[in-house]
Every structure is written in structure tokens, then in C-alpha cells.
Design a protein around this ligand. Structure first.
Ligand SMILES: NC(=O)c1ccc[n+]([C@@H]2O[C@H](COP(=O)([O-])OP(=O)(O)OC[C@H]3O[C@@H](n4cnc5c(N)ncnc54)[C@H](O)[C@@H]3O)[C@@H](O)[C@H]2O)c1
Length: 283
């Protein structure tokens, strides 16, 4: 299968490119910046330009769409919203025009409104599953939420000729960034609360994207995808009770179990996290 990976030079995109190549896919990586390590065929493409997207995707059989400004903190809100929405629209417009049957849209747990909301987010229950209400406030969360709506609109327009899998990831890390960014939060649980102490290893992101490319799915389906645990050593039940006391407990939380319920992803995609910070080399 020939797959175009957008954002292939980025943190998650480069892991997706590597994984798909090793799984035997024919991969074209597109990005507006060059990859640090060229792994696959690469094309300079700004996804906010529809003509460039058409050119890059003309012979693709699937697209994994990761290109985005991944947080609303280093760009102005209009830059984040404008770039993310335009890129996502163009990917789906090209998929429709070129009759590309499968798009994997990399969404985010930010559809909940977390972690960049202006006002506190009231969660209805924990662990979070796909039925939990979405509540975006900031430009990034809004762009990811509307990105899923764009996906659904194109699925509707293509009436059976396009299926889309949206993957809602928590904070994405490598072992190195886990150690530098997340271990300091072991002693600062409040610092991780708006992320629901959630994380995922880039290699599990890549595996989830491959499973989503291969899955027998029609229409549009969204999934929460996460590591099996939080990035904390503290029990999840006590974190939930302390920082989200209004959220109803949907089930008993064991140890540092993730606050994202990935059972839909297990049932429909065959996804189960393989990597945990508890298995990283700590020397
Ligand atoms: N980093 C996280 O914790 C996190 C969590 C959940 C979801 N996500 C999503 O995962 C995806 C990848 O995030 P990341 O952390 O690897 O970010 P990243 O910034 O490392 O990679 C994003 C890549 O997209 C490229 N890009 C951005 N806009 C583009 C455009 N218009 N045209 C072409 N290329 C463009 C950038 O140059 C970059 O290489 C994003 O869609 C992000 O929203 C990230």
C-alpha cells in the first residue's frame, strides 16, 4: 500500500514513517521542513496549499495525516487554527478528489478541552471513553475537534468511498523526552493534571496508525489511544479523586492505570499498548 504520511519530519510522524517502512508499506513523507534522518521518499509540501497536496498525493492509496501545529503556545491562535484546519481540509479534499479510500487522522485527547483550556474543564466521568462530551476552548483543541468534523463531512460526501479513523492521542513521548519532561512531574501531580497524566510512546503511536490504516472500518470512527498506565507512580484513583472529584468513577482504577479507556481501540483496531515507561532503560 502506498501511504502518504503528512508531518513525516516531526516527532510522531518520523516514528510513523519508520514503522510503516519496516512493515512493508511504500511510504512518501511530506512536510514543510526536511526530515532530520531521511528514511523514505520525501517531498516538501505545505499542506495548507491544496495544489501541493494534490501533487504529493496523486498516487497514494492511503494518507496518515499528522501535519499540524501540535500546541497553541508558540503561535498565535489564528495561526494554529488557520494552519491546522486548512491543512486538514486540504487532505480530505485531495482524498475525495483523488478517490483515496482511507485516511488516518491524528487527532488528540484535546477534544476534551484539555490541556490548554482557558477555564477549568469539568469531566463527567473517568476513565475517558469515546462517549465523553467534547469541550474545546482553545484554538488547538478546536482545530482537532473540527478536524474530526471535517473527516465526517467528507465521509458523508464520499458515501462509502472513503473511511476515516481518527486517533485521539495523549501527550506523545520518546524515552528521552519522557525522562526530561515527565519524570519531574512525579513530584508535581498538579502539573500533569490537565493532561490526565496521560502519555504514549511514539512507537505505539506508529503502531496505532498502521492498525488504523489496515482496520476493517467504514465511515468515520474515533478512538482514544494511550499507554496502559499514566506517567505517574501515584495511584490513578487517588489522582482522580483529588484533581477531578466531580468526575464519576466508571470502573475501579487499578494502580497507575491510564485514565483513557482504550477498549474500543482494542476491539476495533486490535490496539493494545506495547510500551510503558516502567520498562524503559533507566541507567
Ligand atoms: N505532541 C503531542 O503530545 C501530541 C498529542 C496528541 C496529538 N498530537 C498530534 O500529533 C501530530 C504530530 O505531532 P508532533 O508532536 O509529532 O508534532 P511535531 O511538531 O513534532 O510534528 C508536526 C510536523 O508537521 C509539520 N507541519 C506542520 N504544519 C504543516 C503544514 N501546513 N504542511 C506540512 N507540514 C506541516 C511540521 O513541520 C512538523 O514536522 C499532530 O497532528 C499533533 O496535533 C500531538
Amino acid at each position: 500500500m502506498k501511504v502518504v504520511v503528512t508531518g513525516g519530519s516531526g516527532l510522531a510522524g518520523s516514528a510513523v514513517v519508520w514503522h510503516l517502512l519496516h512493515a512493508g508499506f511504500d511510504v512518501v513523507s511530506i512536510d514543510r521542513v526536511e526530515p532530520q534522518y531521511p528514511l523514505a521518499e520525501f517531498r516538501f509540501v505545505d499542506c495548507t496549499d491544496l495544489g501541493q497536496v494534490y501533487g504529493a498525493c496523486h498516487d497514494a492509496e492511503a494518507i496518515a495525516h499528522l501535519a499540524a501545529i501540535p500546541r497553541p503556545i508558540h503561535h498565535t491562535p489564528d495561526q494554529v487554527f488557520g494552519a491546522n484546519i486548512m491543512a486538514t481540509f486540504n487532505i480530505f479534499e485531495a482524498a475525495a478528489a483523488l478517490r483515496i479510500p482511507r485516511v488516518v487522522y491524528v487527532s488528540s485527547m484535546s477534544v476534551l478541552g484539555l490541556p490548554f483550556s482557558y477555564k477549568p474543564i469539568r469531566l463527567s466521568y473517568l476513565p475517558i471513553d469515546e462517549a465523553h462530551p467534547k469541550a474545546p476552548q482553545d484554538a488547538y483543541a478546536l482545530s482537532k475537534t473540527l478536524g474530526e468534523d471535517i473527516a465526517l463531512a467528507f465521509v458523508r460526501r464520499m458515501a462509502g468511498a472513503l473511511s476515516v479513523v481518527s486517533l485521539r492521542f495523549p501527550w506523545i513521548h520518546t524515552p528521552a523526552t519522557f525522562k526530561s519532561v515527565l519524570t519531574p512531574l512525579w513530584d508535581d501531580p498538579a502539573g500533569g493534571a490537565t493532561n490526565l497524566w496521560g502519555y504514549i510512546d511514539t512507537r505505539d503511536v506508529a503502531r496505532a496508525c498502521r492498525l488504523a490504516l489496515e482496520a476493517d472500518i467504514s465511515g468515520h470512527e474515533a478512538f482514544y489511544i494511550s499507554a496502559r498506565n499514566t506517567f505517574m507512580k501515584t495511584d490513578s484513583a487517588s489522582l482522580a479523586q483529588r484533581y477531578y472529584p466531580q468526575a464519576k468513577a466508571r470502573s475501579r482504577l487499578a494502580g497507575n492505570q491510564s485514565l483513557f479507556d482504550t477498549s474500543k481501540a482494542k476491539a476495533r483496531l486490535g490496539y493494545e499498548a506495547q510500551l510503558s515507561w516502567e520498562d524503559y532503560e533507566w541507567t
